[in-house]
Design a protein around this ligand. Structure first.
Ligand SMILES: [Zn+2]
Length: 163
């Protein structure tokens, strides 16, 4: 399977209208879900001044507004790792087909264990404010062949794949 890129503009449009998650595929052609029911970006992918350290650094994921919200696996996969880290708090790392990995951080609760098989749209945890945060949100990132991609561009691109 090849992932095509979709323009960032389209993604921003999606965010602008605060669309709710497309479900994991009525048509059966896509097995993809949003990590939260509602996506509202509070900090984007790319260079930024870190809200706590004040340093200029590359934010390798997106921060999504959340309050005690259910977190969903974006695709079918296998839980690679769960853990706690001073920066991203309680986190889940999932490995998907085609060398895609998704990471969900700052969780208050984790509902999966390493090596668990998960499906797109499956509940995997609850958002929280663990790790280094100024407030509750979901840190969500995507790695493709070991490189971080803009997670929302990735999701939009997946949603735009032809049948
Ligand atoms: Zn973040």
């Amino acid at each position: 399977m090849k992932y095509q890129r979709l323009s960032l503009a389209a993604c921003f449009l999606l965010l602008l209208f605060n669309l709710t998650a497309f479900s994991q595929s009525d048509s059966g052609r896509l097995e993809i879900a949003f990590p939260l029911k509602h996506l509202k970006q509070t900090s984007g992918f790319g260079w930024r001044i870190h809200p706590i350290t004040g340093e200029f650094h590359f934010h390798k994921g997106v921060d999504l507004a959340a309050r005690n919200d259910t977190v969903f696996s974006i695709m079918n996969g296998v839980v690679c790792k769960i853990g706690n880290n001073p920066l991203i708090g309680n986190y889940i790392l999932i490995t998907h087909p085609d060398d895609v990995q998704s990471l969900y951080g700052h969780l208050s609760a984790i509902a999966v264990l390493p090596d668990d098989k998960v499906t797109a749209g499956q509940l995997i945890g609850i958002t929280g404010a663990t790790g280094r945060v100024t407030g509750e949100h979901l840190h969500f990132s995507i790695k493709y062949h070991g490189h971080e991609l803009s997670p929302l561009a990735f999701l939009c691109g997946m949603n735009a794949l032809p049948p």
